[in-house]
Write a protein that binds this ligand. Structure first.
Ligand SMILES: [Zn+2]
Ligand SMILES: [Zn+2]
Length: 164
């Protein structure tokens, strides 16, 4: 039963979800008035895959002390007490901790992977038994990425152990 890591069944859902969250208000510095139960997004990071500071960069952009998490979004549905993560980044730990503060009543209900750059899926490792030990966390990915995760370690272990 590898259906939880599905690229095919909920394709329509992924498209609907991506379309829906583009229409939603983003919480943060530009808070938008919305009813308490209305879904909303949280911008969890804005940096390129390597983050900021980025390994190996000695220019002012990365030596000034500024820190930015890798680009990621949360879609929160307070009504159902769930939230979904768009991209599992190298900053997954900090981004989950932030969501525990932003939406303490809601739990992570699934992960959408937009593409296969390292900044968008390596955070999946924290779902494994060395960290969260997740049970059947749904992960949506495009077909080639789906097959890659199933066929290559350490990601394949997450599938074999039922973490994702
Ligand atoms: Zn830099
Ligand atoms: Zn990328």
């Amino acid at each position: 039963m590898s259906g939880l890591l599905s690229s095919r069944g909920p394709g329509w859902f992924a498209r609907l979800g991506l379309f829906a969250f583009m229409l939603l208000p983003a919480r943060g510095t530009h808070a938008v008035a919305a009813s308490a139960k209305a879904p909303y997004t949280v911008v969890l990071g804005i940096a390129q895959d390597g983050g900021l500071p980025q390994a190996g960069c000695r220019k002012a952009c990365c030596t000034s002390g500024r820190h930015e998490n890798v680009a990621s979004l949360a879609l929160v549905d307070p009504g159902s007490r769930r939230w979904w993560l768009f991209d599992a980044t190298p900053d997954f730990r900090a981004q989950l901790a932030r969501m525990a503060r932003e939406a303490p009543a809601c739990s992570l209900a699934g992960v959408f992977l937009t593409h296969a750059h390292i900044g968008h899926y390596t955070g999946l490792m924290h779902l494994g038994r060395e960290a969260m030990g997740a049970r059947g966390m749904p992960v949506w990915a495009m077909p080639r990425m789906h097959d890659f995760l199933i066929a290559n370690g350490p990601w394949s272990q997450l599938v074999q152990l039922g973490n994702i």
